[in-house]
Design a protein around this ligand. Structure first.
Ligand SMILES: Cc1cc2nc3c(=O)[nH]c(=O)nc-3n(C[C@H](O)[C@H](O)[C@H](O)COP(=O)(O)OP(=O)(O)OC[C@H]3O[C@@H](n4cnc5c(N)ncnc54)[C@H](O)[C@@H]3O)c2cc1C
Length: 315
């Protein structure tokens, strides 16, 4: 087949664009397929202050720079096409969108994930203006301010602990009367004098002017509703990795993130994973691009090895 790609990348976020850069720079026939526009979560990020070399850059600007850089080396980028299915057929990957069927020797999955939303009034309107789903990304913007954390699992309690280094006061609103989080994380939280847990409570609405200044809380046992001052609202009620199109079901952890080795290989030969959808400790731009660098160069080695074996067999 003439039109077989050597590397096909799912998603054009920071990981996908970086894999595209390294793939095309290695002279491999490389394509990125993106269901929206290039940039991924960068397009939802106002300002970035922790990507090395850029003290202050908007998400949109960084996305444009990453896209232009990847294109410089000749990567093909197809936008507005959602991948619906990927499976291994006769030693190649068959990749389907509603519009096309592609074939590739390797696939690098960099489709990120989606943070679960509360679905309350004000959440979307104030996203990036007080509402956040990432403590490492946005915590520093709330120095000396009051923060409300929503959730009760490991992520919520761990990130609430992390946010105590910035916020003057951290309220943790949880809909139940106990946390699901590991005990060690809970102990840390309860010992911190800056923290107050508001049990049996859900957020009904997020309010403010130009930015958030209060949340409306409802006690689910008594029905009492009250307004509570808060400049930051950090929501940690779940994060779903985008792996729904992987028909061969590669190994994943209990939250659905793909498990790889240190070459970013999944347990399916030729299928690599990088960025937010990979099982790992932190999800940041720096490590997404690091993963993707490894994945693309490991894919290059995989292809070279495969071609070598094929030429030996046919000799
Ligand atoms: C509001 C916010 C602020 C953040 N701020 C920072 C920060 O300041 N610093 C920092 O380091 N990190 C920050 N992060 C985290 C950072 O954005 C992510 O770690 C990073 O974007 C991960 O890159 P990725 O390429 O793995 O995934 P993503 O950026 O999520 O990109 C995945 C891409 O895959 C596409 N895709 C998904 N499914 C399909 C499909 N089926 N077919 C085709 N395409 C598909 C998506 O449309 C998307 O473009 C922030 C995140 C958010 C949400």
């Amino acid at each position: 087949m003439d039109d077989v790609y050597e590397i096909l990348i799912v998603g054009a976020g920071p990981a996908g664009l970086t894999a595209g850069l390294y793939g095309s720079r290695s002279n491999l026939k490389t394509v990125i397929i993106e269901k929206g526009l290039p940039g991924g979560q960068l397009l939802n990020t106002e300002v970035i202050e922790d990507y090395t070399g850029f003290e202050h850059i908007t998400g949109v600007e960084l996305a444009q720079k990453m896209e232009a850089h990847a294109r410089k080396f000749g990567v093909e980028i197809k936008t507005g096409e959602e991948i619906k299915s990927i499976r291994r057929v006769d030693g190649l990957f068959e990749v389907k969108t509603d519009e096309n069927t592609y074939h590739s020797i390797t696939v690098i999955v960099t489709a990120g994930g989606t943070a679960q939303k509360l679905g309350v009034p004000g959440e979307d309107a104030y996203s990036g203006r007080g509402v956040s789903y990432c403590a490492v990304c946005d915590g520093a913007f709330f120095n000396g301010q009051v923060i409300t954390v929503v959730g009760g699992g490991d992520a919520a309690v761990e990130e609430a602990n992390y946010l105590t280094r910035f916020g003057s006061r951290i309220y943790v609103a949880h809909r139940r009367s106990e946390f699901r989080a590991q005990k060690i994380l809970q102990d840390q939280l309860f010992q911190n004098p800056k923290v107050e847990v508001i049990w049996d409570t859900v957020v009904e609405e997020i309010k403010g002017n130009a930015v958030v200044n209060r949340v409306v809380l409802k006690n689910v046992k008594t029905g009492e509703i009250r307004e509570h001052p808060s400049e930051g609202v950090f929501i940690f009620i779940g994060f779903k990795p985008n792996t729904y199109f992987l028909d061969d079901h590669p190994a994943h952890d209990e939250s659905g993130h793909l498990i790889t080795n240190d070459r970013m290989e999944t347990n399916i030969p030729g299928l690599f994973a990088a960025g937010d959808l990979r099982s790992q400790l932190v999800r940041q731009i720096t490590n997404a691009v690091g993963d993707a660098t490894i994945a693309a160069l490991a894919a290059e080695k995989y292809i070279t090895h495969l071609k070598h074996k094929q030429s030996e067999a046919s000799a």
